[in-house]
Design a protein around this ligand. Sequence first.
Ligand SMILES: [Zn+2]
Length: 303
Amino acid sequence: MGLLERMTCGLAAGLLGLGAAGAQQMAITFDDLPAHGIKPPGMTRVDIAQSILGTLEREHMPPTYGFINGKRVDEDASSLAVLQAWRKAGQPLGNHTWAHIDLNDETPQQFEAEVTRNEPLLKQLMGDQDWHWLRYPFLHEGDTVEKREAVRDWLFAHGYKIAEVNMDFEDYLWNDPYARCLAKHDDASLQRLHDTYLATADEYYGVFRQLSQMVYGRDVKYVLLLHIGAFDAKMLPELLALYRSKGVSFVSLPEAEADPAYKDDPAVAEPTGGAGLELMMKKERLKFPPNSKPYKELDAMCR
Ligand SMILES: [Zn+2]
């Protein structure tokens, strides 16, 4: 899109009053249902899910997809209650492969079998509602272009849509240190986890908006990746408040993914995976803006 065209679109959006409700739109999604990360002492998987579901309801959030790995239910039948609670709250479920496998290590046929193996559970829980959304584990979409395209073709032929991500701050990094710090009653570290989680979410909100500007010259409709972890549950009210303070309004996954940007296939081989915008950056050979995450600090905390 040329500059003039972009300006015209901006003007039209302004005239229609689209700016008022929040210029940026975002869907939030949760991965790894029913079980993600270490459980803090005395907390169950259902407690974590109920905390998230309670926040979604209080905050009047649009339907929020949770992406499931059926194998966890096979390993621990009690975790089925998490998926049932999700559905009872009216929230939809999608496919994250049976055993959270890594496409880098699999043939397309093996990957497709893992997607299929998850389907009876999805059908059982979702009935005639739309569970044909696939979230790639580790955001690994294929380490060769051939593998990437073979899996995409299979998914589309089987009625799947790809639940592409383009807003990500690696929220999962905080869940395990949180469980450790709670067990140690380390209040100073817990405060530090709180502060760095929000600061990193804030920084990457800016980074991904920059990527969106670089690739598309506008804000795409964003899809945020979160995980069903204890710290994500605790932080969700403040995280939503942070995004709202920046003018974000929340939409459902299908609404966000209706953005034409999601029709683009970057068609790159990327073993380390990444959000859609990151893959587009790679395709366009664009340089990533500066960014940082406290990997080492989080990993060392409360050991
Ligand atoms: Zn996952």
